[in-house]
Design a protein around this ligand. Structure first.
Ligand code: MEV
Length: 342
């Protein structure tokens, strides 16, 4: 194309109206079974929910990274290449709160051995530290949006791999559950680096209860790791039993025996209690929802606050009410939704 003054003007206009912005959207998630145990190679069952994180990325002329995340904070820094690795230096602002985002940007630049200045705008329905997979949603969407700005189209598998490295580096230890569910959506059985979509499940009614308390995944995973070192004979048995419950739970759900499914959800919760990752607020919500007719209830994600899930009979508005009466936020989520779009 010959660049006339008219086409130049049009290009400029396009940039102004945000047409060069690359957008990626990833869902949050809940664990039906297997959190924590999955970090040690046991299977987990998790599913995507209809709460989303949107990342918009735009190229900048200067080698600066600016990140603005609604409700979380903002940070900026300069891109530097040291010994072949890209990193964001001279960071200012909410550096700690945005560590998953900055690590994901660096890893995409390393993947392509190329970098660019960027402005990132993030908007999320998923509260951080809620146990609903906020870090996996933001890492996968960041990897997708930043690679698009570089003019590249990563496969979903490549996105999940880069996002997993990001979580691993920031968190110290992580399973692939979070990034796989955020990327591929649906119901996934995850075991180490393998995952399988579980299809044709009967309808499941789930109400989420959010305590509003921040649960730090890195330190909760660290606590379980410590317990495994000091009490391996007990801890390993608990972890293996959670893995067995996951597989029995998948078969039970497939067979539609909801009463037994609820018993297994409760058994998983008891084992998470034994690992020390529950909290008084979670315990309170579990007791209240079970007393109000929930078939089963357990924490979801890392614990230490965050969220619990109640498996309920259909049309059970009283469960949401009881969560509210306990000073917490009920979230009626649709489950099994699709994964990353970009
Ligand atoms: C956190 O959402 C779930 C954990 O199992 C950690 C992980 O799977 O990476 C605690």
């Amino acid at each position: 194309m010959v660049l006339t003054s008219r086409t130049l003007k049009e290009t400029k206009h396009k940039k102004k109206s945000g047409e060069t912005t690359k957008r990626a959207i990833s869902p949050g998630q809940i664990f039906l079974f297997g959190e924590h145990a999955v970090v040690y190679g046991e299977p987990a069952l998790a599913t995507a929910i209809d709460a989303f994180t949107t990342v918009e990325a735009e190229e900048e002329r200067n080698p600066r990274i600016q990140i603005q995340s609604k409700g979380v904070g903002s940070m900026e820094g300069i891109i530097v290449n040291e010994n072949g690795n890209w990193s964001i230096k001279d960071r200012k602002g909410d550096v700690e709160a945005l560590r998953f985002v900055s690590k994901s940007i660096e890893l995409v630049f390393d993947y392509y051995s190329r970098a660019t200045g960027l402005t990132l705008r993030i908007d999320s329905d998923i509260p951080t530290g809620s146990g609903l997979g906020s870090s996996s949603a933001v890492t996968t969407a960041t990897v997708a949006a930043v690679s698009s700005v570089l003019g590249e189209k990563l496969s979903h598998k490549q996105i999940a791999e880069i996002a997993y490295s990001s979580e691993l580096e920031v968190q110290g230890a992580a399973s692939r559950t979070g990034v796989n569910v955020a990327t591929f959506g649906g119901f996934l059985r995850v075991e180490e680096d393998k995952f399988k979509e579980i299809k044709n499940l009967p309808e499941l009614s789930v109400t989420i209860g959010y305590t509003g308390i921040y649960g730090d995944t890195g330190s909760l995973v660290g606590e379980v790791r410590k317990l495994r070192k000091t009490r391996p004979e007990i801890t390993d048995t608990i972890i293996e039993t959670i893995g067995e419950i996951t597989d029995i739970g998948i078969d039970t759900l497939r067979g539609g025996n909801m009463k037994k499914f609820g018993v297994l959800i409760n058994a998983n919760q008891n084992l998470l209690e034994a690992l020390g990752v529950s909290s008084p607020e979670i315990r309170g919500l579990i007791k209240a929802t079970r007393n109000s007719g929930a078939i089963g209830a357990k924490l979801t994600g890392a614990g230490g606050g965050g969220c619990m899930i109640a498996i309920t009979p259909k049309d059970s508005d009283n469960i949401a009410k009881v969560i509210q009466e306990n000073g917490c936020e009920p979230i009626k989520a649709k489950i099994g939704v699709g994964g990353l779009r970009y």
